[in-house]
Design a protein around this ligand. Structure first.
Ligand SMILES: [Zn+2]
Length: 409
């Protein structure tokens, strides 16, 4: 039996409850055994927490682990398999940032998830969607006016192409993603910022098609559907179809926020996506269209988030990392707070609520019996939420009770 005893930490447990000051946490066999342990068992490894702030491992409900935007020329000259080796860096950066679980919104296949689960490579725990369902000419169709196709992820064994149109094709495509090992189905319900031939406001799948996708996933032990949905009409259709989470949600009005609250639909805001696209436009090789669309939506997106938060919509932290640099994820909390969220709610969105969005029942809190995923932050994030984005401030990261990072100084 492995025992780990973290002494003298200030605990922010993820439930939204007040900080428990100067406590000791005991971990046994990868689970939290006690969050107010009196003394270390004689056979435990002891870590001096030095009064740092312990939080649950953070959960990012929207990432793309296999990709990181690069200028087109670089993408075209990168050997296919190189990307799999490169993914180890993305995984390491994510884990070092304090993210211990992610939901992959397209691009990661079952092999990557299994390699992490089996300990072949290190990385956050993953839920995968394989590839996103998308309409011909929609967000996710890499077809360019020249006829050249520049898909974000090349289809390969275990990674079916996502394009499908009409009732029969969407049903079959949902089945293909499930066959490939999808934990969650991803659909592109509207246009997007990065796609070459559409706009965030464009509605893509029909209500009928969305309902079939939701139904087909539901048949398989209640698999949920996450929808890239930015324009209002597309969001409305998603909510009506029973989609589990709205990704991005740029153009939400009061009415749709009310419906989402009533129905329990999650919002995964990804406020960091357009911000990063603009900051790193040159380095990432963003197209002129993507830059223009990001500029157009950035303010509206923030207002939409604030509206949803004030309306009481369930918000699960998600970033779209991969569209920009992996490992910068926790900037999202600072952006959420800038848009009116309290620091405690931003932490809850990144732990408890994100865990609920992913369907976890024993991960996402520092609580007895829960999976021992945690981080130590030198600074109090309730006083400075921006501290969480600094890698030297996140001094310890553990997943399943195993310490992956320890730079306690
Ligand atoms: Zn995305």
């Amino acid at each position: 039996m492995t025992k780990l005893f973290i002494e003298n930490v200030n605990l922010i447990d993820g439930t939204g409850s007040e900080t428990i000051n100067h406590t000791n946490v005991l971990i046994e066999n990868g689970k939290f055994k006690s969050v107010n342990a009196a003394a270390a068992p004689h056979d435990a490894e002891v870590v001096d927490g030095r009064g740092q702030y312990m939080l649950p491992g953070m959960i990012d409900a929207h990432v793309h682990m296999m990709t990181e935007f690069k200028p087109l020329e670089e993408r075209l000259t990168t050997p296919f398999s190189y990307n799999f080796y490169l993914a180890q860096q993305h995984l390491d950066r994510t884990l070092n940032a304090g993210i211990t679980s992610v939901r992959d919104a397209l691009g990661s296949d079952l092999g990557l998830k299994k390699a992490i689960d089996d300990g072949l490579v290190t990385g956050p725990r993953m839920q995968i969607s394989i590839n996103a369902l998308t309409i011909t000419g929609g967000h996710g169709d890499g077809y360019n006016y020249s006829g050249t196709v520049t898909d974000l992820m090349q289809p390969h064994p275990g990674m079916p192409h996502g394009i499908c149109d009409g009732i029969d094709e969407v049903r079959k495509k949902t089945r293909e993603m499930l066959r490939a090992g999808a934990d969650v189905i991803k659909v592109h319900a509207t246009g997007g910022v990065s796609s070459p031939t559409d706009h965030p406001k464009f509605t893509q799948f029909s209500l009928e098609e969305l309902k079939v996708i939701v139904e087909e996933a539901q048949f398989r032990n209640g698999v949920k559907v996450m929808a890239h949905a930015q324009g209002l009409e597309g969001i409305r259709q998603c909510v009506e179809a029973g989609i589990h989470s709205i990704e991005h949600g740029i153009y939400m009005d009061d009415e749709i926020c009310g419906k989402m609250k009533d129905q329990g639909t999650y919002l995964v805001p990804t406020l960091l996506a357009p911000v990063s696209v603009l900051e790193f436009a040159d380095e990432l090789g963003m197209s002129k269209a993507a830059i223009e669309k990001s500029e157009e939506v950035i303010q509206i997106h923030k207002e939409s988030f604030t509206r949803a938060y004030n309306a009481g919509v369930k918000i699960a932290m998600g970033t779209d990392a991969g569209v920009f640099k992996h490992g910068t994820n926790l900037r999202e909390l600072e952006l959420m707070v800038e848009c009116g969220m309290t620091p405690m709610d931003a932490i809850t969105a990144s732990t408890k609520t994100a865990a609920e969005c992913l369907g976890y029942t024993d991960t996402g809190l520092v609580k007895e019996g829960y999976t021992a995923d945690f981080i130590l932050s030198k600074e109090n994030p309730l006083e400075n939420i921006g501290a969480l984005k600094a890698h030297d401030n996140i001094q310890m990261v553990a997943k399943d009770g195993v310490i992956h990072k320890n730079i306690i100084d």
